[in-house]
Design a binder for this molecule. Structure first.
Ligand code: MN
Ligand code: MN
Length: 175
């Protein structure tokens, strides 16, 4: 469904590149029906991640998210993406992020925007897209949302009231 003229990336573009197809939303996180699940395999949900990131510390945080939902009855609102600073590409085609970020808003099941307060738990990370970090714990890469906003130029959680954003985006997680 990309507009005409857009470059279409294929799975084969990643083959032998030294990068994994790093899924932003995991297949395991979209299981309501077949179409929902298949959407996670679109290349618009995928960016190049080094194996030690994808299979290591990034995966470690994905597992933590899964546990929070399955064992702790939380409902997580997750924003993830790449931070691109060096303009490097696979085959001059697929942009390679220099690091990847994830922002997790931790709510109770069923809670929505109006439940977010100045004490809502936020976990935010920036992880480098490099080898050698496979065995790290995700907590090593905790950052603030403000830092991710500065690195990407986006205003995250922008529907949250400004005075609440100011608090929850600026303080590191204490958990
Ligand atoms: Mn992955
Ligand atoms: Mn914001």
């Amino acid at each position: 469904s990309l507009p005409a003229g857009f470059t279409r990336i294929k799975h084969a573009d990643y083959t032998n590149s030294g990068y994994d197809r790093g899924h932003l939303v995991r297949s395991e996180e979209r299981t309501i029906d077949d179409a929902d699940n298949k959407s996670t395999f679109l290349l618009t949900n995928i960016l190049p991640q080094r194996p030690d990131l994808n299979q290591g510390v990034w995966y470690d945080m994905e597992q933590w998210c899964e546990t929070m939902c399955k064992d702790s009855t939380k409902e997580l609102f997750v924003i993830a993406g790449g931070i691109y600073t060096s303009n490097s590409k696979i085959n001059n085609l697929v942009a390679i992020p220099d690091s990847c970020f994830k922002i997790v808003v931790v709510l109770e099941a069923g809670q929505r925007l109006s439940s977010i307060t100045k004490t809502t738990r936020i976990e935010a990370v920036i992880m480098p897209n490099i080898q050698g970090i496979r065995a790290d714990n995700w907590q090593k890469y905790k950052r603030t949302v403000d830092e991710i906003e500065a690195a990407t130029g986006y205003d995250f959680l922008n529907y949250v009231r400004k005075d609440i954003q100011a608090v929850i985006e600026s303080k590191p997680s204490i958990f």
